[in-house]
Design a binder for this molecule. Structure first.
Ligand code: HH2
Length: 403
């Protein structure tokens, strides 16, 4: 006879699951916040600490039952600077912050930094404003449908060059459940050459005009050119998607700020013509995070409201297959930036490399990547196949308790 199961591990990373276990045990609801702090150890990377600060942090962490990984030479003082990974529950972090505040200046400064990071990380409401509407991105994963009015995009190139076909496709994507429709007039596939702004507008404007008053969802325009963005916003676009992260055109941030629209700032290493020639990083997640923080800074300096920007790590833009897989696996880390996270895995070549299939055969791979991305914290998925992705996400969000 099997003996009675008297002990088992719980996997209660989600707040709802933890709370229902506490309720089942009969814990008073007043005490739930205390137990919420105990679940889930956070791993916080801190860059460039002085040797003294790293030592102080490690001692304080150990004193409160947490831990801190530092360079092996820190303890003997044989290293001037060290990065650190602090492992702590949020309850331990609160205790660490109190103890840091009575330390010398460098160490004391860490407390407020950690507190600000925690606030950005756990921001419960993730919303963007479009005109008078507020779009709450936190209740389910949102979908941005793609329409490329180009002859050469890697998947839909040539399909929507005729404005009538582009308009039909945008309306179809809305019907299928797109929350945004992203229209691009310049392919950014590896090796692509730039398209002059007049040509981009020749492709875009008839489509924007025909969609005015017909499309209920927001049109985003995928461009790195400030003049194209300015005209597109006048012609009915309500959002800009800049794959250069506000770096391609010095005037872009000012155009976005003046219009008061949301803007996706994406990370790209290099430029489309050359970006896939042996891309290298020392720390892919660290470097992308730093570059995205810089893009947010460029936007803020020009007057763009931080909460109106969304970050995108740029799958396939100067990344190897391994980089793309790591980005999707660790996507949640970009939440440290405190703004919504967009990601665009749709039919891209890393799916081809994993599955051995061409762009036409990459739907299932795209669905898998989208579900993993949603699970790992994506707020918006930029995709070609809206209907299929929305169906997959409805189930993924329900399992995650997000819908
Ligand atoms: N990917 C592409 C284009 N724009 N924008 C964001 N924010 N994120 C992305 O991942 C992204 C993007 C490339 O895909 P696609 O538009 O389908 O192809 P092409 O550049 O060949 O037109």
């Amino acid at each position: 006879m099997q003996s009675e199961l008297r002990a088992r591990m719980l996997s209660v990373a989600s707040r709802a699951d933890l709370e229902s276990e506490l309720a089942r045990v009969g814990v008073d609801a007043c005490a739930w916040p205390i137990f919420r702090q105990k679940s889930g150890v956070l791993a916080i990377k801190l860059h460039g600490l002085s040797c003294a600060t790293a030592n102080i942090l490690k001692q304080i962490a150990l004193a409160v039952g947490a831990d801190c990984a530092v360079h092996s030479r820190v303890v003997s003082g044989r290293r001037r600077r060290s990065d650190a990974v602090l492992f702590a529950t949020s309850r331990q972090l609160a205790a660490i912050r109190v103890r840091l505040s009575s330390q010398p200046e460098c160490a004391a400064r860490l407390g407020p930094e950690i507190e600000a990071l925690e606030r950005r990380w756990s921001a419960a409401v993730r919303a963007i404003r479009i005109g008078r509407r507020t779009i709450d991105l936190s209740r389910r994963t949102h979908v941005m449908g793609i329409v490329n009015v180009t002859p050469d995009s890697f998947y839909d190139g040539g399909k929507y060059l005729d404005p009538r076909q582009a308009v039909e496709q945008a309306l179809r994507l809305e019907d299928e459940g797109a929350d945004f429709v992203d229209i691009g007039a310049e392919s950014t596939r590896p090796g692509a050459q730039g398209v002059p702004r007049q040509e981009q507008l020749r492709r875009l404007v008839p489509v924007l005009r025909a969609l005015r008053g017909r499309l209920g969802v927001t049109i985003s325009v995928d461009t790195t050119n400030a003049f194209v963005a300015e005209v597109a916003l006048r012609e009915g676009a309500g959002m800009i998607n800049d794959v250069s992260g506000l770096r391609g055109d010095g005037k872009m941030a000012a155009v976005v700020a003046k219009a008061g629209v949301p803007c996706v700032v994406m990370h790209m290493k290099g430029e489309p013509r050359t970006m896939q020639k042996n891309p290298r990083y020392r720390d892919v997640m660290g470097e992308i995070s730093a570059a995205l923080a810089e893009s947010l800074g460029i936007g803020e300096a020009a007057g763009v409201v931080r909460s109106q920007m969304l970050v995108d790590p740029g799958i396939g833009f100067g990344k190897t297959v391994e980089h793309n897989l790591e980005i999707l696996r660790r996507l949640r880390e970009f939440r440290s930036l405190g703004v919504p996270v967009v990601v665009g895995p749709s039919r891209k070549s890393f799916i081809g490399r994993v599955s051995g299939l061409g762009p036409e055969e990459r739907l299932e791979g795209t669905l898998a990547a989208c579900v993993v991305a949603a699970r790992n914290g994506a707020d918006v998925l930029r995709v070609h196949d809206v209907k299929a992705v929305r169906r997959a996400l409805a189930v993924a969000d329900a399992v995650e308790g997000r819908s």
